[in-house]
Design a protein around this ligand. Structure first.
Ligand SMILES: Cc1ncc(COP(=O)(O)O)c(C=O)c1O
Length: 409
């Protein structure tokens, strides 16, 4: 089995060599966006350096741009276990989700129902609310258990019915780290005759995505959360992508993924997307890129579980620091939402930032999570998130700094 060579991994990320306040920066803000390895930076720069062009020109740079798009689609397809013709690129996950919601809403009727969860990032809630409102459909909201951040499928069963057209569900919470039982939820939604849109943004850097095995009809993720550039990736079942009415300009293609790709794509970013997938695949061994990705993500998962266990054990011993979300390492990512008693989360994050520890505070657009936990009026929560390039020393540094904050309050 592959294990991560952490010093080798870290040496590939130039940003990890940065220092602040005389110490290396601890990037514990991965859930907000990850750092980028050299090969991704080089791939992006190369596209701009050698000469760039739009698609469809009878000359080298244009043909190269076409090759870049093809390579990116093939890489993203391997990343989600789909086919290249099922991969659509866009500015980010949010805009791709709006595009799909708008198209699906044209198939809904007044009285139809859409199910969203309070565990989801707002990018997988508001597009559906807006789309539903525009065609007279109803929105049903499923809650998570505030005591441990879990989403029980029994809660879903209670709202799914013959009027349900869509279930929008996250594969992992960017706030609490919860990994809900998406496949079981999708099976229930399908049994009710609904489609399933999965937000894979927070899941992508931590677990191997198999969109079809998750039960998704659509799955969206964002390369800047998995060591690539700021580009969104949408996977959709081919018959759905083909049959749904995309909002597009007249001369744009009427079929294939291109039908969904408004305007000109960022070809340099697409070169970066392919390089990010290749970077991850390169952490594993195997015959195909998909096999290598599977081995790599297994190794990533093992390392991240060790980091999570270390963090959870340490944080349990710090008085006045409260953890929200799953208390153990199972069915979670190494993303932790915390509260230092008596200290606003923005203040806690600012003080950690002064020590070169990058974290986030607020709601991170997981609006429903903060509302349901009752912490929105207190400014949300502090978020500390680890990815595979983080170290046990960084976990200890975060714990020590948290203990310092708790002692000062
Ligand atoms: C879980 C989750 N979903 C969706 C989004 C939105 O992604 P994007 O910035 O690509 O629109 C984010 C961004 O933070 C996220 O964490």
């Amino acid at each position: 089995m592959t294990t991560l060579d952490l010093p080798a991994v870290r040496s590939r990320f130039p940003a990890l060599a940065r220092t602040e306040a005389g110490r290396p920066v601890a990037y514990l803000d991965g859930p907000g966006g990850t750092q980028v390895p050299t090969e991704v930076i080089e791939a992006i720069a190369l596209r701009l350096r050698v000469g760039t062009s739009n698609l469809g020109g009878p000359f080298t740079a244009s043909r190269e741009a076409e090759t870049v798009v093809e390579a990116a689609r093939a890489a993203a397809a391997d990343f989600v276990a789909g086919r290249p013709e099922e991969v659509v690129f866009g500015q980010n996950m949010t805009s791709l989700t709006f595009a799909v919601s708008r198209a699906l809403a044209r198939t809904w009727r007044p009285g139809d129902e859409v199910v969203v969860t309070r565990l989801d990032h707002d990018a997988n809630v508001t597009p559906w609310r807006r789309a539903a409102a525009e065609c007279g459909a109803e929105v049903r909201v499923v809650d998570f258990d505030p005591s441990d951040g879990t989403l029980e499928v029994s809660r879903l069963e209670a709202v799914l019915g013959e009027r349900t057209r869509l279930l929008a569900i996250t594969a992992a919470s960017n706030a609490l780290g919860t990994v809900p039982p998406v496949r079981r939820a999708a099976d229930l939604a399908h049994a009710a005759g609904a489609l399933v849109f999965v937000d894979g943004v927070h899941y992508a850097p931590h677990r191997l995505i198999d969109a079809a095995a998750l039960g998704a009809d659509f799955l969206a993720c964002s390369a800047y959360k998995f060591f690539g550039p700021h580009t969104g990736v949408l996977w959709g079942r081919a018959p759905l992508l083909e049959s749904l009415p995309a909002y597009k300009v007249v001369p744009a293609p009427d079929s294939g993924p291109e039908k969904w790709e408004t305007g000109t794509q960022s070809f340099e970013s697409l070169a970066g997307v392919a390089a990010a997938v290749d970077y991850l695949a390169g952490l594993g061994e195997g015959t195909t890129r998909r096999d290598r990705l599977a081995a790599a993500l297994a190794a990533v998962g093992e390392h991240e579980t060790a980091l999570a266990a270390r963090f959870l054990a340490g944080v349990a011993g710090i008085p006045h620091v409260r953890l929200y979300g799953p208390p153990g390492v199972t069915a979670r990512t190494p993303t932790f939402a915390l509260e230092v008693a008596g200290m606003p989360p923005a203040e806690a994050s600012r003080r950690l930032g002064e020590q070169g520890i990058h974290t986030w505070s607020g709601d991170y657009y997981a609006v429903g999570v903060m509302e349901h936990l009752g912490v929105a009026p207190r400014g949300g929560l502090l978020r500390i998130g680890f990815v595979h390039y983080n170290t046990a020393e960084e976990v200890d540094r975060a714990l020590e700094a948290l203990a310092g904050l708790a002692g000062e309050r």
